[in-house]
Design a binder for this molecule. Structure first.
Ligand SMILES: CC(C)(COP(=O)(O)OP(=O)(O)OC[C@H]1O[C@@H](n2cnc3c(N)ncnc32)[C@H](O)[C@@H]1OP(=O)(O)O)[C@@H](O)C(=O)NCCC(=O)NCCS
Length: 224
């Protein structure tokens, strides 16, 4: 008989990204896992605009299609991961309940060292400063352990919540563009590392479990 020895060193033992944990005054953020998908599909708000380029299935109704976009977005992010183009989804919990999702992305990461982000909260959790806490959590990771030089973001001009979070954290308006699929105007914003450091907001965030994941960002010993 063959004996199987399970070498379990915690949540990051198979895929080191899953060991990353971020903590703020009210939130605990962990990297999304497949086990999170059913609850996320249940609480995902109806006003959340999903990737317009994602595959839609003619035989599924709108609700089922939105769930498929959520699931495939998760698998694509970790399945297509590379140090040059990565997207890291965090599930945010407050008092044990799932309240939202915060993405941190590094498109063209090794040459630009610039991160992008997007997020959503369940309706009842909005307008209480949690959006700021979620974004600050991933910025602390990006500007701290990952050494980002800048963070960018964008939102349609009427999205007061998203742009409010950006402005409250020190992002400055850069330019506007028009979304091809909807014709809406998008406001682009940018935050420099020096502005983030001067704000002192990183002190409100606890970042854990990043060391073993650094090679996946092209960082750490021996990385160029
Ligand atoms: C975007 C979102 C995550 C923001 O989170 P939030 O918890 O509501 O925002 P906060 O309470 O942290 O507010 C942050 C700032 O924005 C301001 N703000 C929040 N909602 C606002 C609104 N609707 N209009 C104007 N300002 C707003 C707040 O006053 C605060 O500014 P201050 O610190 O200077 O007072 C949340 O509103 C959401 O889930 N929206 C739907 C999904 C979405 O549009 N996501 C963005 C697209 S990627």
């Amino acid at each position: 008989m063959v004996e199987t020895v399970v070498d379990d060193h915690g949540p990051g033992s198979v895929w080191p990204l899953h060991g990353i944990r971020l903590g703020t005054a009210e939130l605990d953020l962990r990297v999304m896992t497949e086990a999170d998908l059913p609850v996320l599909a249940q609480v995902m708000p109806a006003d959340l605009e999903l990737n317009p380029h994602a595959t839609r299935y003619a035989g599924l109704d709108e609700r089922a299609n939105r769930r498929a976009v959520l699931a495939q977005g998760y698998w694509r992010a970790l399945g297509m991961w590379s140090p040059d183009d990565w997207a890291l989804p965090f599930v945010a919990r407050g008092g044990g309940d799932v309240v939202g999702v915060q993405w941190l992305e590094g498109p063209d990461w090794r040459s630009e060292r610039t991160v992008d982000s997007s997020s959503w909260l369940v309706g009842p959790a909005r307008g209480r400063g949690l959006g700021k806490q979620m974004r600050a959590a991933v910025l602390a990771l990006a500007f701290g352990h990952l050494g980002a030089v800048a963070a960018i973001s964008s939102a349609v001009v009427g999205n007061g919540g998203s742009l409010g979070v950006s402005r409250a954290l020190g992002y400055r308006d850069t330019h506007r563009s028009v979304l091809e699929h909807s014709g809406e105007t998008l406001q682009h914003v940018r935050l420099e590392a020096a502005t983030w450091t001067a704000s002192g907001l990183a002190h409100d965030v606890v970042v854990d479990g990043v060391a073993t994941a650094l090679p996946l960002f092209g960082l750490g010993e021996g990385a160029s």
